[in-house]
Design a protein around this ligand. Structure first.
Ligand SMILES: Cc1cc2nc3c(=O)[nH]c(=O)nc-3n(C[C@H](O)[C@H](O)[C@H](O)COP(=O)(O)OP(=O)(O)OC[C@H]3O[C@@H](n4cnc5c(N)ncnc54)[C@H](O)[C@@H]3O)c2cc1C
Length: 367
């Protein structure tokens, strides 16, 4: 039978942790589900190393910071120290965070929702969606490669394995570099990190290029595949899902005839770092009402973009399901208490994520 809670919080970013702290103070049974291996995984995945964290409060919002335990200090600490602060808060308050557990779907109706993850099911009345704005793009090829926004967890799992990283930006470069380093330090001289990009040129910044150059000079086994096109998923004779990737090696040979040079990797050894997208598709899958921006309705979102519809306490069109933080930035559609719907600007900041958590929790405790 599924475990029962009053509240399930998706994501252990500043918004999710703040919601957890407030639920704890109210004595509400809750859990936080985090798909990464660490608290603040979204921040770990997106901030450059050593980046200073600012406790910015946007204009027209009230001071002080709503949940002080999760406020970055005024003296602007590096991101690593902010992540440590979050871990201390979780430990000292004994917050129940399930790491490496990915939220997938919501079944049932209010007040008996079933939250489904890749590990299990939870029965709950309320759900806070605090999964941020960085959802990795899927490769969209049968067999499901691991898709990551920036960092790879458990890099050690790839020792002794030829691994293929797909993508041409800094995120892919960081993954290539860290996997190569792990293999090199483990004295794995027999396998390589293949790095494939659909174009000829890669778009990486100077710091990342320096790290990569250093890794190659130190003996890293990195093999670059330019103009490489991930083609199809196939199942081999042993029943293993594989990805076939090819590079065009010659011009067209007569009518309708092409010659390709290709490689095939078990799909489980493929890591796709091919950008991120907003959570609109997830809101669709959860049947949460969104409104398409047309004409003069939206000033922040572009024509055609779809915005989540929320009440002034951040409840979605499904009762008991709330959306907060980066997941609803840079704007959403607010239904005011007068019934008028208008686009509401929402800055993607730690402060707003935490304030949102407080707004949603105020409503949940009133129920
Ligand atoms: C480079 C950079 C620098 C920034 N600097 C600042 C700053 O100095 N000050 C400031 O106020 N703001 C800053 N921001 C913005 C700030 O980090 C975000 O506004 C804030 O992290 C949003 O918090 P959140 O809790 O909504 O989402 P996130 O912090 O993104 O957390 C979401 C969490 O949900 C998890 N998750 C996602 N999908 C699932 C799933 N399916 N199942 C389970 N878990 C899931 C993620 O792994 C992640 O840990 C910066 C952002 C960037 C990119």
């Amino acid at each position: 039978m599924a475990a029962t809670y009053d509240l399930v919080i998706i994501g252990s970013g500043p918004g999710g942790i703040a919601a957890g702290l407030l639920a704890k103070q109210q004595g509400r049974p809750f859990i936080i589900l985090e798909k990464g291996g660490h608290a603040m995984q979204g921040i770990i995945d997106t901030y450059p190393k050593g980046k200073k964290v600012y406790p910015t409060i946007p204009k027209r919002y009230p001071d002080p910071f709503p949940v002080l335990d999760i406020k970055p200090p005024d003296e602007k600490i590096p991101v690593e120290a902010y992540v440590d602060q979050a871990n201390t808060v979780i430990k000292e308050n004994d917050l129940a965070v399930h790491y490496n557990e990915e939220f997938k779907q919501i079944e049932g109706q209010f007040p008996d929702y079933i939250v489904k993850t890749d590990k299990g099911s939870y029965l709950t009345k309320n759900i806070i969606l605090g999964f941020g704005s960085n959802i990795p793009n899927d490769l969209g090829i049968y067999g499901e490669a691991k898709t990551v926004a920036r960092n790879i967890e458990n890099g050690e799992d790839y020792i002794g394995i030829n691994v293929l990283v797909i993508g041409g930006g800094n995120a892919a470069a960081d993954v290539v570099c860290s996997l190569s380093k792990i293999k090199r330090e483990a004295k794995d001289h027999d396998t390589s990190v293949y790095w494939a990009h659909i174009k000829e040129t890669f778009e990486i910044n100077k710091d990342t290029a320096r790290d990569l150059g250093e890794e190659v000079l130190l003996g890293g086994h990195i093999k670059i595949l330019q103009k490489a096109i991930p083609k199809i998923g196939e199942v081999d004779a042993d029943g293993i899902d594989r990805l076939y990737i090819h590079q065009t090696t010659s011009s067209v040979m007569g009518n309708d005839l092409y010659l390709y040079q290709g490689m095939s990797f078990p799909m489980k050894n493929v890591i796709a770092c091919i950008g991120t997208h907003g959570p609109s598709a997830i809101f669709d899958a959860l049947n949460l009402q969104q409104i398409t921006c047309t004409g003069a309705i939206c000033k922040i979102a572009k024509e055609g973009e779809r915005l989540l519809m929320l009440s002034d306490n951040l409840e979605t069109s499904r009762p008991g399901i709330y959306a907060i933080g980066g997941a609803i930035s840079p704007s959403y559609m607010e239904i005011g208490s007068d019934g008028i719907i208008k686009e509401k600007k929402h800055s993607n900041l730690i402060y707003t994520a935490v304030l949102d958590a407080q707004t949603a929790m105020n409503k949940i405790v009133k129920e």
